[in-house]
Ligand binder design. Structure first.
Ligand SMILES: *Cc1c(COP(=O)(O)O)cnc(C)c1O
Length: 824
């Protein structure tokens, strides 16, 4: 398709792919790159690398297109570069222009919650009869919406997209990109977000998506929403027909009531479509609301009730999680067994190629559904994608992919007609030491393959939300700005979360440095493919060989260690590349580091050994987390500045200087210098307590209920009869004990566990592998998952229960607890 857009500059492109993130590149020669400059990230930086990898079309922003870049790009004779005021606006206009060329019903979904679920369910429910193009995952932002809408093709009969906004005026830009013909307003949350003056304003802003729709579906029980639609939207959109639903007394077009039983709900609708009844296994309010939106839409769209009911029966909770976990045979598996369309596949392959844990890459792939392309065309594209991502082995499952076996030019391929045959015939022993992506559309039941390949976890798992980790990194990056480097601290197994997985993610996000405590930790990172510079804080002379072999950079903190290092360097300098060092100044911590009086000696020694390169000079604040120490922190900073200046003067070159940890970044933005060392904040704990709400919870420690007992008052529970019951009680035994990191101090009521919404106290002593809690009054069954800490029970709360800090809880989680990494 050839598109022309007039927004100050005319963009005419045949590109098939829009690229906004230089790391997500698949087909360089068919991509147009939009360089976006944000607070913490500047896409313009990557122009040369993208050019080198084959991209030839670029949209750049006037303000960020520096002399230097102009000069550098001037010699790219075969490239096309458009200079625009804003790349995001240019991207939106380009997609809006494409959207105008298609005439199909498009559902636009807005609202505070449930957008993604309503969208996913509508896709599931409508797909038997329609060829649908929809937003992947929750692509609903200023960039996500255009990227989603770009996928519209001639074959599609229905579009379903969601739009989320965080500030005024954003929706105005999304409306022309999406041009929805039908709107669904899911709901409106009680709070107003930071970006809006009031709840009313938030509603009005969201309604801007619907200024041209012919129909709007919403829930009349939200009275403010109802008012704004009548007052603001209707006068602007005179063709609008509303279709409202709500509680029987709400006066809506359709009166909806729910009759809940223990494991299912009967939904009855009375009004516009006569009397309709549906049944679902969902019982919670949010799911019922989301589902009702879907039912109303489908009835109005002409779906027979029987087809809707059948769809509801097959409906699955929306889990868009893509999980990364250890598998059998030393494999590492990526479980994305939830859908399989081209865009989802391309995202999963990108995620696969970010992982450094194993060298070999295998993809287990089902038929790709719903593209509307001919199988020949489709699998040629799939084959190209796999080739781009250097896949070693493909296992294709399904009649279509099997029929296109010849399209794949990959060293090893196997094809099976269905999942059962694969499970029966595949020689599982031949799959080892590999990263395995399992990507299948729902009907192929790939969860069975996941079950076969994953390592069995004992009841307790530590789940790490990689998106939350990225969010937290970005929060700190936006605090320090793009000119200050970030060293991410991944010591102690990345604060208990898992070092190589977290380091892979950090490498993908291009942090500048990693910090570990011991050489061995650095070696593990190198062995799992991490190429970032790594500082080792506590290297002993016995480990110097490892430092050399794996190019790890030691912290030099004393007369003794410096002397040993120099001797080692002098022995090896002719034959090996010597890593640079990091000088640690003790400005008040009194742990490791040179004090002021050591500086003369240190400076003389540096001058005498000019072949030793100093990468950085740093110190550590003792009390950045607490305001009472502010004066001391200032003194430390000044002492550090003074010392660092003297050293640099003697060296004759400047080094990276750094003093702030996570708490320091929040409390002392003026001390950020050239680099900051980010630790606990990355893992979701804001140590000063001032900005906790800006971070997302990263780790969730979960376990399961092994047994429930009903005991009478007077009986005792656990070792030494310490748990005395003063009431008749339901007691649950959990599969977690102090060996898993559930501290023994949490026994006898000190600790509380989240059980389906209720906090239940421990009873009796904590055992090595088990814990008993009082679940009287809780809604719980044997086998249920319960939460030790996570969003529902903040780790800070848990640590307060035993007078410690989140650092100790995190790093105390036992080795035998399986780590599962996921992306939403
Ligand atoms: C662990 C550590 C950090 C990170 O501290 P957080 O409080 O986790 O941010 C920074 N610097 C040094 C020297 C450390 O040992």
């Amino acid at each position: 398709m050839n598109l022309t857009v007039n927004s100050f500059q005319t963009i005419t492109t045949d590109a098939a792919y829009l690229l906004t993130d230089s790391r997500q590149i698949s087909f360089p020669s068919q991509s147009i790159f939009f360089a976006i400059k944000g607070d913490r990230h500047d896409g313009h930086q990557f122009l040369p690398a993208l050019y080198a990898s084959g991209v030839r079309e670029f949209v750049v922003e006037e303000a960020a297109y520096t002399e230097m870049l102009r000069w550098e790009t001037a010699v790219w004779d075969d490239a096309r570069i458009w200079v625009v005021p804003s790349s995001i606006r240019a991207l939106q206009s380009l997609v809006a222009e494409k959207r105008r060329q298609f005439n199909l019903p498009v559902v636009g979904i807005a609202g505070s919650n449930g957008k993604t679920i309503v969208k996913e369910w509508l896709v599931q429910l409508a797909s038997p009869r329609e060829t649908i193009v929809a937003s992947p995952k929750s692509y609903n932002s200023q960039i996500g919406v255009p990227l989603s809408v770009w996928n519209i093709g001639k074959q599609h009969t229905l579009g379903i997209f969601e739009a989320g906004i965080s500030r005024s005026h954003e929706m105005e830009y999304l409306q022309p990109v999406m041009q929805p013909t039908i709107g669904i307003f899911t709901n409106i949350g009680p709070a107003h977000d930071d970006g809006f003056k009031s709840r009313k304003q938030k509603i009005t802003e969201k309604l801007r998506l619907f200024t041209k729709v012919k129909k709007l579906i919403y829930r009349k029980d939200y009275t403010e929403l109802d008012e704004e639609i009548n007052l603001i939207l209707k006068p602007v959109n005179t063709f609008l027909k509303t279709l409202s639903w709500g509680k029987p007394a709400s006066g809506a077009d359709i009166a909806v009531s729910y009759q809940k039983e223990k494991i299912k709900t009967a939904i009855s609708l009375v009004g516009k479509f006569g009397d309709q009844k549906f049944e679902t296994n969902f019982t919670d309010e949010a799911s019922l609301e989301n589902l009702t939106h879907c039912i109303v839409f489908l009835l109005d769209f002409g779906f027979p009730s029987s087809v809707i009911q059948e769809g509801i029966r097959l409906l699955k909770p929306v889990s868009m999680r893509l999980e990364l976990k250890e598998g059998i045979n030393h494999n590492y598996i990526i479980d994305d067994a939830y859908n399989n369309d081209l865009q989802g596949l391309s995202m999963a392959l990108n995620f696969l190629s970010q992982q450094e844990q194993r060298q070999k890459r295998t993809v287990i792939l089902s038929d790709v559904l719903q593209t509307g392309q001919t199988p020949g065309e489709l699998y040629r594209t799939v084959a190209k994608l796999l080739k781009e991502k250097a896949i070693d082995q493909l296992i294709g499952i399904g009649p279509e992919i099997q029929g296109q076996a010849a399209a794949f030019d990959i060293t090893r391929t196997h094809f099976y007609s269905d999942t059962a045959t694969f499970l029966q015939d595949f020689p599982f022993n031949s799959l080892y030491d590999s990263l395995v992506l399992i990507k299948g559309a729902r009907p192929f039941s790939f969860e069975k393959i996941v079950q076969r390949l994953q390592q069995k976890a004992h009841g307790t798992v530590f789940e790490i939300n990689l998106d939350a980790l990225s969010h937290n990194l970005n929060f700190y990056r936006s605090k320090v700005g793009s000119k200050t480097k970030v060293m991410a601290m991944v010591k102690a197994f990345a604060y208990g979360t898992g070092s190589s997985e977290v380091a892979s993610l950090l490498q993908f996000h291009r942090v500048d440095y990693l910090g570990v405590a011991y050489a061995d930790e650095g070696v593990v990172l190198r062995q799992s493919g991490i190429t970032l510079p790594i500082m080792v804080m506590n290297a002993t002379s016995q480990a110097f060989d490892l430092l050399l072999q794996y190019q790890l950079e030691p912290e030099i903190y004393s007369h003794r260690i410096f002397t040993e290092w120099i001797a080692f360097v002098n022995k090896n300098k002719l034959t090996a590349e010597i890593p640079a060092i990091h000088l640690k100044l003790d400005t008040g911590m009194h742990r490791l580091g040179f004090v002021k009086d050591d500086l003369d000696w240190m400076i003389e020694t540096l001058k005498a050994n000019p072949h030793i390169k100093v990468a950085s000079i740093f110190s550590h604040l003792v009390g950045a987390d607490e305001g009472v120490h502010n004066a001391f922190s200032k003194q430390q900073f000044e002492l550090f500045q003074e010392g660092a200046a003297r050293i640099e003067q003697a060296l004759g070159y400047t080094t990276i200087k750094h003093i702030l940890n996570s708490a320091g970044i929040v409390r002392f933005p003026d001390y950020k210098l050239d680099m900051v060392r980010l630790g606990i904040g990355l893992y979701g704990v804001e140590a000063t307590g001032q900005e906790q709400q800006a971070l997302q919870s990263v780790g969730t420690l979960k376990t399961v209920v092994s047994q429930i007992k009903y005991l009478s008052a007077g009986e005792t529970v656990g070792y030494s009869r310490r748990g005395h019951l003063d009431h008749d009680a339901a007691i649950a035994t959990l599969a977690i004990g102090y060996a898993d990191g559930y501290d023994r101090g949490l026994g006898n009521g000190a600790g509380k566990i989240w059980v389906n919404g209720l906090l239940c106290p421990t009873i009796g002593n904590i055992c090595m592998d088990m814990t008993m809690i009082d679940v009287t009054g809780a809604n719980v069954n044997e086998g249920d998952e319960v939460i030790v800490f996570g969003k529902e029970m903040p780790i800070l709360e848990l640590s307060k229960q035993i007078n410690t800090i989140p650092y100790e809880i995190l790093t105390g989680i036992g080795d035998r607890v399986k780590r599962v990494f996921y992306k939403e």
